[in-house]
Design a protein around this ligand. Sequence first.
Ligand code: ATP
Ligand code: MG
Length: 361
Amino acid sequence: MHNSTQLKDIRKYYQQQLVSQLGTAVVVLNSRLEIKYLNPAAEAIFNKSLNRLLNKPFVDSFLHCSLQIERLEQVVRTGQDFTDSDVIIEFIDNARISLEVSATVIRIDGKTRVLLECKQIDKQKQINTEMFQEQQWQAARDLIRGLAHEIKNPLGGLRGAAQLLDRELNEEQREFTSLIIAQADRLTNLVDRLLGPNQLPNLSLMNIHQVLETVYRLKKLDNAKNIQFVRDYDPSIPDILIDPEKLQQTLLNIIGNALQVLNEQGKITLKTRIATNQTINGEKVKLAIKISIIDNGPGIPPALQDKIFYPMVSGRANGTGLGLSIAQTLVHQHQGKLACHSYPGRTEFSIILPLPKRSNQ
Ligand SMILES: Nc1ncnc2c1ncn2[C@@H]1O[C@H](COP(=O)(O)OP(=O)(O)OP(=O)(O)O)[C@@H](O)[C@H]1O
Ligand SMILES: [Mg+2]
């Protein structure tokens, strides 16, 4: 065992060392949004020293910064964090950088501070990868659908014939026809799942939290393990046109997977936020709703990470590998995007639903 002073010193030492050596740029602002600290990574990407920027208003420190000041003010006011995945900063010499910025309210020595974590991104590379995966997913889905369709037709005939035969047979022989019928039903079930959702969404204007609450109650009730559910909602999210049943199915598939991988001490967080400047299937969307389902399980095995949305890809011995493919189709039907970030200890699935232009203003 280590004594507590020793541990405190270790923590303090590494915390100081790490902030100064992190690759992520870290900026701390006060509640008036003036710069109070920059780590060396932030000094490097902004090409300015802490000495020059200390106490300067963050947004005015550059020629142009697309991060909206109202959003930062809202963070201070409400304590609700947010992420903008496309912040453009322009410098005096007209150089530009793209950043993903997450803003969180923290308390340091009893004072309110805003922590900005900024990651430089190569936007085009990210879009290209997403588009490529999207095409692959569509191709795999079309192939499976075609195959499922071909199986479904003769299967109906097979079942019908067995039923007819059933009437002609004696009790003992009927055992075989009922076996054919039962197995044909099982296959039809599978084939229907392979074909995926085929009805158009039945849209109505509603609050997504209504759907989240239903799912939360359902999962909480049939939760045999002792899993903690955390709800972290942004109540200011406006109503949106959704098909509640389809969104519910999507959430159930994702949470179902999380429950399957979690052990007894697991935690599942349902989080909603407004997200700005998202790219959905190659198109830029100014304002969107982001629903995140986060679990603290083992994470998705690296070899599976790029493929989990493909039909029939499963990491479970008895999984059909259709849950996420169906979820993806359902989110697509809402013009949205389903994405996943996972490492051991944290898996986040995010459903991004675009807000109509009207609410963008
Ligand atoms: N939260 C998660 N943590 C770790 N691995 C996950 C998580 N969610 C999904 N996976 C992995 O992704 C795979 C694919 O999931 P998907 O829901 O598509 O299929 P499945 O759960 O295997 O089968 P089905 O949902 O059709 O019964 C899972 O088998 C699992 O290996
Ligand atoms: Mg599943």
